[in-house]
Write a protein that binds this ligand. Structure first.
Ligand code: 5RP
Length: 290
């Protein structure tokens, strides 16, 4: 055997050198399995510890909203600048080029639309999530709503499946018209998601005491952008959320409904990854128009 003939005696055992350890960079997730950490490291940038997720799953409840009429035209130029995309399996298969090679936070729960009562949802087949190489499973959780228990069951089942296959679960805190978006409510909703097995949580920013929401959530939080704001205010929102403990954004309308969406996602990146102030990011946004 060639191997035996040329085998060099192993001698470099590093006696006295402590075994190398690689602490994980995301809070509360040190004890996750390797596959889970691998996928999380594709979603979050290990250098900044943050992520810019691009959400365009709105159609599954709202239909063709502004900016998403022709996703095949509007989304690919933005996907290039996202760390992770959040979309349905329908959008993924029909308009996302597989060569974009971006981690996917797959919209994993579905059921009702704006025409009915929201959040009466089921979850998809885990095999289909694996088939499309999902890096996270995003599940709606409607704390305090009519379908609270059903959505928590969806979350726990998703977390069980995610743990089985090494896929993170993103608990998405839904906010109904009747529910306040204050720190007390959001703190409770995020905590319930984390305690029931969400690997990370998506919620909304609130002006008062968001730092408390983030501090009391034992896993990373990303914030949704919500309704379209003027660009300077959206950048301010991202900045304040990051300053107060969010680990990133999962924004949709404030990117794809901006006057210049490609410039906007780059300005958001400057806030999230490069610690730019809202003013610096707005200057960048304007400069990218030319
Ligand atoms: C819908 C969602 C959306 O992905 C979320 O609301 C993010 O989009 P936007 O920034 O437009 O609010 O989770 O259920």
């Amino acid at each position: 055997m060639a191997d035996n003939d040329s085998n060099k005696d192993a001698s470099d055992y590093g006696f006295g050198v402590p075994v190398k350890k690689y602490p994980f960079f995301l809070k509360g997730l040190d004890h996750m399995d390797w596959g889970m950490k691998d996928r999380l490291s594709r979603i979050f940038n290990a250098k900044s510890g943050h992520t810019v997720m691009l959400a365009f799953d709105h159609g599954y409840i709202m239909g063709p909203t502004s900016g998403l009429e022709r996703m095949d035209i509007s989304m690919p130029p933005l996907i290039e600048y996202a760390d992770c995309i959040m979309c349905t399996r329908g959008a993924l298969r029909s308009i996302v080029p597989p060569t974009s090679n971006k981690p996917v936070s797959l919209r994993y729960s579905a059921g009702t639309t704006v025409l009915g009562e929201l959040n009466d949802e089921c979850i998809l087949d885990i095999e289909d999530a694996i088939r499309v190489n999902a890096s996270a499973l995003a599940v709606m959780v409607a704390i305090g709503g009519k379908f609270e228990a059903k959505t928590i069951v969806n979350l726990t089942r998703t977390a069980d499946l995610g743990n089985k296959y090494g896929i993170p679960t993103l608990g998405v805190t839904a906010v109904g018209k009747e529910l306040a978006r204050d720190a007390r409510y959001l703190g409770l909703a995020c905590r319930v998601c984390a305690e029931n097995g969400a690997t990370f949580v998506k919620t909304y920013y609130c002006e008062k005491d968001f730092a408390r929401v983030a501090a009391a959530c034992p896993v990373p939080i990303v914030i949704a952008g919500g309704k379209k704001l003027p660009e300077n205010e959206a950048l301010e929102l991202a900045y304040k959320a990051l300053q107060e403990g969010a680990s990133g954004v999962d924004m949709g309308r404030n990117v794809f409904q901006a006057e210049n969406p490609v410039a906007m996602i780059q300005a958001i990146r400057a806030v999230v990854h490069d610690k730019r102030t809202p003013k610096e990011a707005l200057d960048l946004y304007r400069s990218l128009f030319q």
